[in-house]
Design a protein around this ligand. Sequence first.
Ligand SMILES: Nc1ncnc2c1ncn2[C@@H]1O[C@H](COS(=O)(=O)NC(=O)[C@@H](N)CS)[C@@H](O)[C@H]1O
Ligand SMILES: [Zn+2]
Length: 483
Amino acid sequence: MAGKVKREKWSENFSEWYNELIETAGIQDKRYPVKGMNIWLPYGLKIMRNIERFIHSEMERTGHEEVLFPALIPETEFQKEAEHIAGFEGEVFWVTHAGHDPLDVRLILRPTSETAMYSMFSLWIRSHADLPFKVYQIVNVYRYETKHTRPLIRVREISRFFEAHTAHDSYEDAERQIKEDLEIFDNLARFLAIPYIVSKRPDWDKFPGAYYSLGAEVMMPDGRTLQIGTMHNYRQNFAKAYNIQYETESGDHEYVHQTTFGMSERLLAAVMAIHGDDSGLVLPPTIAPIQVVIVPIPKKDAEADVFAYAREIAEELRNAGIRVHVDERDIRPGRKYYDWELKGVPLRIEVGPRDVDGKKAVLARRDTLTKEVIDRAELVDAVRRTFDEIMENLYNRAREFLESHIKRVDTIEEAKEVFEDRRGIVEIAWCGEESCGLEMEEILDAKMLGTPYPDEEARAPEGKKCPVCGREAKFIARFARTY
Ligand SMILES: Nc1ncnc2c1ncn2[C@@H]1O[C@H](COS(=O)(=O)NC(=O)[C@@H](N)CS)[C@@H](O)[C@H]1O
Ligand SMILES: [Zn+2]
């Protein structure tokens, strides 16, 4: 079926498709005997490591230093910032004993590392010369999620949790950091060929202890959104609670302004969901553990040595820095195609006796399931060109899907129809009052993602009225069913 991409199961029964693929594609094993905690399998971990390698390079590029903090936090440290405690105390795992002895100070397993880091920031940050202070870590954190858990998407051990924590001498410099985080996120989204939108969370749904929170959302095949990144401006909230001060150039002392930026293995869930099809994963070449798989197709009466030819091609690609694998298993080619399509290998090269004689190779793309015959001599260029075409196609296909799922409406009725029909994101006028926002969440049985970011895009067009109270609408608000 060259060229015929099928996405029925992917769109009609996404949840089942996703859960099956987590196992059949070798991403994770869900049979670990603790709810919400799964095992990374080799192939899934290799993909995650390729994603993380890009994050580390962006951290390096923007002057963030990598640190590694303990996973256990004493209750005394956890109890310092009121809003943060209120937001997390129902979500933390406690350690109360060591061996037979009860601990005199109970410990929590970090749900995120503000309360682990910030007493140390107070010791480390002394003068304005120490600012901006920028650290990050990629660690496992623990949250007692009570909603339905789902591999990579909603887990109780978030095992690849990326958290960047920064300190600044002013609100303006903290704002500059948020802009840098958005730039890093945009680079990463491009690297994953994933389009997204950014919303400023409503006050009632911002990160506990934050002054404001931004959320980056993607559109999943079932029309629900998945938050795959967050940036928070804390202003001086945590600095006051943890006494993080610096000496200014004029010699007096000021509290620092802080930000954080968080992501997790949800990035991999988004890649799987957004680019996949009924045959399985479709991996962007940027993160595929195997970018090209070569399948030799021997014919019994032909003497051309397809295996030697395949190995020669592999060698040339490897020398060009391409991650390649030759599948020499003694099984039918069709079985091989099935396996590698399931694992989302972006490009397959088929070589039969005729290709050896004619010095050709057949390139079979995973994303479009189309084939192209190329001359052996132009192999490396053809492969690199095809990778670019795949990235472009994956991104455009995903952006079309996202854009076709964002609908600006005038009435609550229209909004309800969107959610009944195919879900997606609804944009509707809002007066800005919390009570009206919460009422719209209630009526639509959807979450308010917030207002478009940056703020300039958040304003309602002239003359629009809030659909709940009828007052002048100040903002455009976004609602969606979410993960
Ligand atoms: N239960 C979970 N499973 C998987 N990923 C999660 C889970 N909870 C949150 N995340 C991801 O982790 C990111 C950061 O989490 S957060 O709560 O929004 N923000 C923080 O914890 C801040 N301290 C920034 S590090 C979120 O954007 C989301 O993509
Ligand atoms: Zn209103």
